[in-house]
Ligand binder design. Structure first.
Ligand code: HEM
Length: 216
């Protein structure tokens, strides 16, 4: 029992370590830039950070959404222990993405930021995505899970909408190469399609289809 607990906390620490690697890499590159050393933040570091943090947000959203299908198809039930953590990392990276926009890109120019959110549909989609992620992050604690009961599951279905908003924002923001957003979109379609396929109404319909033709 205790051994299992220790093993689990080692695995959790390792997952935290992996999930923090992209942020650590970004801080390291930021330090190199600040120190006038060669770095990989390109000639436009703000744009680079936008793409980097945005991409990692989408990766964590997709990873979180992949857990249920992986459990159901392969029986990897232990993965559920990491779902909350993965969801919170999606939130962490989107906050970095938003801070980059507010602090480095617009220097807290709230009037312009407000106008952009209202006038640019791509930014509106991103903003709604963040606003929907917020209650999911806040209610991810054990206390909230208990307090909300079955409503917790219903509330957390918002993540499907967040996924769609995130991919739409990504597609609208990309200027040239649509390859990566299309791959992200295809993965999201698969993950949401799997959930649709497993809806009780389809299960009923499938069970009504006879396996072999009735005898003549
Ligand atoms: C769930 C929320 C969000 C996700 C998943 C997300 C994801 C992304 C991704 C993947 C990109 C890169 C697009 C590319 O490949 O060119 C991007 C770009 C961008 N995002 Fe977001 N984003 C979100 C919310 C926001 C919000 C709330 C804002 C600002 C209020 C924002 C501002 C931007 C901007 C300005 C760019 C373009 C950077 C450039 O090309 O110069 N995003 N976002």
């Amino acid at each position: 029992m205790i051994q299992n607990y220790i093993k689990q906390s080692y695995i959790k620490t390792f997952v935290h370590f992996l999930a923090l690697m992209p942020a650590a890499w970004l801080i390291w590159q930021g330090w190199l830039l600040y120190d006038f050393q060669d770095n990989m933040l390109t000639a436009n570091p703000i744009k680079f950070i936008h793409h980097y943090t945005g991409d990692w947000t989408i990766r964590f959203i997709l990873l979180g959404l992949a857990i249920t299908p992986l459990r159901k198809i392969f029986g990897w039930n232990k993965l559920v222990k990491f779902r909350r953590m993965i969801g919170l990392y999606a939130f962490f990276y989107v906050i970095l993405h938003f801070l980059n926009y507010v602090v480095l890109d617009y220097y807290f120019d709230w009037a312009t930021i407000y106008k952009e959110i209202i006038k640019r549909p791509a930014i509106t989609f991103g903003m709604v995505g963040i606003l929907f992620l917020l209650p999911l992050a806040v209610t991810s604690t054990k206390g909230w899970i208990k307090r909300l009961g079955r409503n917790w599951v219903k509330l957390h279905r918002l993540i499907y909408l967040v996924g769609i908003l995130a991919i739409t924002h990504n597609m609208m923001m990309v200027k040239a190469d649509l390859f990566q957003p299309l791959i992200h979109g295809a993965i999201l379609a698969l993950l949401l399609g799997y959930r649709l396929y497993r809806l009780p109404i389809w299960k009923q319909k499938r069970s009504q289809i006879p396996l072999s033709p009735p005898p003549a």
